[in-house]
Design a binder for this molecule. Structure first.
Ligand SMILES: *Cc1c(COP(=O)(O)O)cnc(C)c1O
Length: 381
């Protein structure tokens, strides 16, 4: 074979600017949450049209804080989609509450509002819709099937820069949570951001991120009364982002829109050049709003496909193309199967997405020619 290329499923895009951005915190010695995190939060809030953005160590810890800020605990139910990264359900268990799964839509991979409506009980306190792979969930339909007292936390881990109709992800629910893991479109290594327009919730999230302290270290450091220790009225955590990460995040955020545009162009190239491959279904741009293209997740139609998905994935691997299942069905994972006694058929769409979804490479270090190579290889199957 002439072509020995290796195309990763995802690769972070960092360079000289991120490298330089690390100088200032390293030279100043202010390493943990400080001025760089504050600047990153301000810029992130501005870009996503929200009043508050609060940086944390990951989307997982951000989701945990969002639930803790809403005082969700034992006896409460929180509805999450059955097809999502396991963290969306785990955070509910961290709070001692009960995760209730709702099935998803096979086309968008997002929570199915009709099934969601069936899962609501008097104990339902919140729903965590996921904007999976960067496509916003149907927020109007979700709101319409929920009682007004039920809170909505957007799992926007994949959705930095995405929009639902005219509004940004992260501004659509009571709280939103983003991830800066290297698999997402912008990265700080590990990292996350909680967004909200609610002043009281923002205050609680800030306190809970820092052991429940009433004032932050930075405020104390700069304040006039050095003898003051904060009050600790809440049971909090240490989920603070470092200023090293904040500095990198600021640079990455400036590149976000370019990254999404590049990804959208590659996604369009995939769709047009693979249009006659009838056994593969492709993600589409929403009619209104903006897909953030965190991943390009196809669906291998088992009735039309020349081979089962896993064989296709192996063949692509042999040709230097890495692929992954889109994500997993939470009810089929060992912990949840045992804890809640689920069977695969309990959530048939999530089961099918687990078995038949296939993410193909999409990241900002790919060239037009790399996309063509993936297309050519897929067509040859
Ligand atoms: C990546 C991801 C998470 C977890 O993000 P971390 O920052 O790694 O904790 C949660 N939910 C979804 C949908 C994700 O894709």
């Amino acid at each position: 074979m002439a072509d020995h290329r290796q195309i990763q499923i995802a690769t972070p895009s960092l360079g000289e600017e991120e490298w330089q951005a690390l100088r200032e915190p390293i030279e100043s010695g202010w390493l943990t949450q400080g001025p760089k995190v504050a600047a990153f939060e301000k810029a992130f809030a501005g870009r996503h049209g929200v009043k508050h953005a609060i940086a944390v160590t990951s989307a997982t810890t951000g989701l945990h804080l969002a639930l803790a800020a809403l005082e969700i605990g034992p006896g409460d139910e929180v509805i999450v989609p059955a097809f999502t990264w396991v963290a969306t359900a785990n955070v509910v268990v961290y709070c001692g509450a009960t995760p209730v799964l709702a099935d998803v839509d096979r086309i968008t991979f997002n929570i199915d509002p009709q099934d969601l409506a069936r899962r609501v009980t008097p104990r339902t306190k919140a729903v965590i819709p996921v904007h999976l792979f960067g496509l916003c969930a149907d927020m109007d339909a979700i709101r319409n099937v929920l009682r007004p007292d039920i809170k909505i936390i957007e799992d926007a881990a994949c959705a930095a820069g995405a929009a639902w109709q005219e509004r940004s992800a992260g501004s659509l629910g009571d709280l939103g949570v983003f991830s800066f893991h290297p698999r997402k479109s912008i990265t700080t290594g590990e990292g996350g951001m909680v967004t909200t327009n609610d002043d009281r919730l923002a205050e609680r999230v800030k306190m809970l991120r820092n052991h429940g302290a009433s004032v932050s270290e930075e405020e104390r450091h700069r304040g006039p009364r050095p003898y003051l220790l904060p009050e600790f009225d809440l049971l909090g955590f240490n989920y603070r982002m470092t200023d090293l990460q904040g500095a990198v995040g600021l640079v990455q955020l400036r590149k976000l829109d370019r990254f999404i545009d590049e990804r959208a162009r590659m996604a369009a190239q995939y769709r047009s050049e693979l249009a006659d491959v009838k056994w593969l279904r492709f993600p589409q741009e929403p009619e209104q709003g903006r897909h953030a293209w965190q991943a390009f997740v196809t669906y291998v139609d088992p009735k039309k496909s020349p081979r089962p998905r896993n064989e296709i994935m192996e063949l692509l691997q042999q040709q230097g193309i890495s692929t992954r299942p889109g994500t997993h069905a939470v009810h089929m994972l060992g912990y949840y199967r045992k804890r809640l006694g689920f069977k695969p058929d309990d959530f048939p769409a999530a089961r099918d997405c687990d078995r038949h979804s296939m993410a193909i490479p999409l990241h900002n270090r790919m060239t037009h020619d790399d996309v063509s190579y993936v297309v050519k290889t897929l067509r040859s199957l």
